[in-house]
Design a protein around this ligand. Structure first.
Ligand code: NAG
Ligand code: NAG
Ligand code: NAG
Ligand code: NAG
Ligand code: NAG
Length: 404
């Protein structure tokens, strides 16, 4: 029986110090639109800091401050601008660690993408007397700019989704059903659970939306996949599986809260960076394929809830489990493990980037080797066709970057 085996170039766990450096470039950048209930607690600010250190591999199209069940009547775009101010002081250094064709966006450009969403909770943003927010206006514009031939627009929701609801309701009102459906088809949504009452409403209105999110009882966040990023201490999940030291305040102080951008990274209050899995999912490390949530990635693994077109024809992807051996030697089978199994890699990768912010000297920080597997270089997954039960041999010997 023939099967397709996919091999992935795992690179982040083998960070190496390189002398004559050729950096990975990013010819295809996922288009990203962030919705964040920043300032409800420190973790959205932490996620924005991490996001900026990866911003040369994304085409960011909007950063909108939203409400959520934790921040019901205000939004805080100023908190985003403050972090971008800190980024402005280090972007010059970051660019020394990135190739000429994949430089970091300027702080000015990032500032120009910041907007406020509706300062009301959830469905109240859809009331007849509610104003159409500046955030929804930018999002609608970006949705309408997304054609079948452009790459899809990824809406990453770190808080509530009423900005998306406003944009999609207007899209529906202003266009024919076919046109609106075509434009919705090019959207990809990843939300950190449901943090207001518009998420479930949107999926019910438009089951054709490609939507990744964990489903569980209201506020039962410890059940979610995303909690795997750091929730072992606070939520007490999978204790002994992931290495908790790597998400503790002492490690973060030493490795992340360094330099000017690091100073904008607040101490962990509940869990570290609950929203970060949305973009870990899109990081180009050869591991994930964004169109295939079921393959898994640093941002977790998800699967279609209804794998056929009957009924609602849902494109909703939700939780699955992986079986992973923890640092204590026990085997864990859980949805959280689909993220924490990569903790060593995603934490050290971030730590290396924070070191890039400190210096323009490339010999003073770690960088990725450029890996070639059977002639394929670059960050795309390598497809290998094999037969079940037989050996698959791959050759990843030639590292094109000299090691020091
Ligand atoms: C906003 O909500 C907070 C707590 O949720 C409350 O203390 C405050 O009075 C509210 N402000 C307004 C203007 O409604
Ligand atoms: C809209 O109307 C509702 C119900 O009359 C009211 O509770 C709400 O405060 C109004 N919202 C705004 C933004 O004026
Ligand atoms: C985009 O694709 C849809 C269906 O896949 C098709 O109906 C529509 O005509 C296409 N639009 C354009 C502008 O090609
Ligand atoms: C957990 O991470 C810390 C910090 O890198 C390391 O010192 C420790 O050895 C790790 N623990 C295990 C069990 O791998
Ligand atoms: C990869 O290259 C090696 C060495 O040339 C070869 O033996 C192997 O069959 C190749 N594997 C695949 C999957 O093509």
């Amino acid at each position: 029986m023939a099967l397709i085996t996919r091999l992935f170039i795992l690179y982040a766990s083998c960070l190496t110090l390189i002398s004559a450096i050729t950096f990975n470039s990013f010819p295809n950048k996922p288009r990203v639109f962030v919705l964040s209930d920043i300032s409800n607690e420190p973790d959205d600010s932490e996620s924005l800091v991490r996001y900026l250190t990866y911003s040369n591999q994304f085409q960011t199209e909007g950063i909108v401050a939203t409400t959520s069940t934790w921040l019901k009547n205000e939004t805080d775009p100023d908190a985003m601008l403050d972090i971008i101010d800190a980024y402005e002081k280090v972007v010059g250094n970051l660019n020394h660690h990135a190739p000429a064709d994949s430089q970091y966006p300027s702080a000015e450009h990032m500032r120009s993408l910041v907007r406020a969403g509706s300062p009301v909770y959830g469905m109240a943003a859809l009331a007849p007397n509610a104003t159409f927010s500046a955030g929804a206006e930018l999002l609608l514009d970006r949705i309408q700019a997304t054609t079948n031939s452009s790459s899809p627009l990824w809406v990453l929701a770190w808080g509530g989704t009423n900005v998306l609801a406003q944009a999609l309701v207007k899209l529906h009102k202003d266009n024919s059903p076919n046109k609106a459906a075509t434009l919705r088809k090019n959207l990809r949504i990843y939300t950190i659970s449901d943090q207001d009452d518009t998420g479930a409403w949107l999926r019910q209105q438009w089951p054709d939306l490609f939507w990744i999110n964990s489903i569980h009882g209201w506020n039962q966040y410890y059940m979610s996949t995303w909690a795997g990023i750091s929730g072992d201490k606070f939520y007490g999940i999978d204790k002994g599986g992931p290495n908790s030291t790597l998400v503790g305040n002492a490690w973060i102080k030493e490795n992340i809260q360094i330099g000017t951008l690091g100073a904008a990274y607040p101490d962990v209050a509940y869990t570290m960076e609950g929203d970060t899995p949305t973009f870990l999912y899109l990081i180009q490390n050869g591991l994930g394929v964004p169109e295939h949530p079921e393959y898994g990635s640093w941002g977790g693994r998800y699967q279609l809830v209804t794998p056929n077109q009957h009924g609602l024809g849902f494109r909703h992807y939700s939780d699955v489990q992986d079986q992973v051996v923890g640092v204590n030697g026990d085997t864990f089978k859980s949805n959280h493990a689909t993220i924490w199994r990569w903790r060593n890699a995603y934490q050290h990768d971030f730590a290396a980037r924070m070191r890039w912010t400190l210096t323009d000297d490339v010999t003073k920080a770690n960088h990725h080797p450029l890996v070639k597997v059977n002639g394929s270089s670059g960050l795309e997954p390598v497809d290998v066709y094999g037969v079940a039960g037989s050996d698959v041999v791959v050759d990843a010997a030639p590292l094109t970057a000299p090691l020091m």
